[in-house]
Design a protein around this ligand. Sequence first.
Ligand SMILES: [Mn+2]
Length: 355
Amino acid sequence: MKMTFRWYGEKDPVTLPYIRQIPGMTGIVSAIYDVPVGEVWPRERIAALKAQIEAEGLSFEVVESVPVHEDIKLGAPGADRLIENYSENIRRLGEAGVKVVCYNFMPVFDWLRTELNYEWSDGAHALSYDHETMLELDPGKGELSLPGWDESYTKDQLQELLNAYASVDEEKLWSHLKVFLDKVIPVAKSAGVKMAIHPDDPPWGIFGLPRIITNEENLNRFLRLHDDPYNGLTFCTGSLGASAANDLPTMIRRFGGEGRIHFAHIRNIKRDGEKNFVESAHPTAYGSLNMYEIMKALYESGFDGYIRPDHGRMIWGETGRYGYGLYDRALGSTYIHGLWEAIATERKSHHEIAN
Ligand SMILES: [Mn+2]
């Protein structure tokens, strides 16, 4: 297990010197954020990012994300050229020493919440999702008012995109994903870069948009689409855990046991009913997920990939990027580290006794 931390570059109020002070922190997860989706990242920009991170004594081996252009997901004309650009990015990242690339295949929105400042009883703030409220925010119905998204698209752009997806159902999205994987995975393999798809967040379809990376059956279908170790998963506990039907430890043992989990996002959520949840503090007691069982399943499946504390709450007066403050993610990292140390120590002493 290699502990990492997501960093959004120069504009991130959380600085690299602070991140390096988190106990056990070894690496940074980042990306080139200002090159438009679909274009190739300049080699010198990748090299500069790497140098900046390594100057702080941290490694740069995980990229999150290399975003997939909507035309690839739509199977639109021009998808071939965009997939070639995507492949070129993977080649360049491999040359720079990147080992894992996280990406997702969610149409239009890569995460959805109804509130960015839900207040917990202790005064901490977190992101939350209420399904009834989400349905009322349907951007196809009227004004665009989606928290976190109303500045990313104009109303017209969004309507155009939603119209384009009207003819893309789940099966079409699967077939476009296969086209993408069949071209990109061989490139990734020769570049030494493991591809790790992020599950859909939340793991169900919304506004008529198809979502397919959602549950055990679909993760298995995804891995068989292009059955190669370089075609793997980012196992995001908060995303998959939003659905109570997902048995996370069982899924980790199954796919991790096959060596297909390359990156883990560890966070907890508190479910309330079938499709409502609030992001919680990381420890088991605060949410609906058993973090000890999750970490034990990762350990026992032989997980040796990258891990990061996923979203944290905003605490201690911190302000900044929703879900990505320093303090609560640092607490999460230390908690995850503690679980791992305890599990590893217990397993090793059992092993010594047995031998
Ligand atoms: Mn995640």
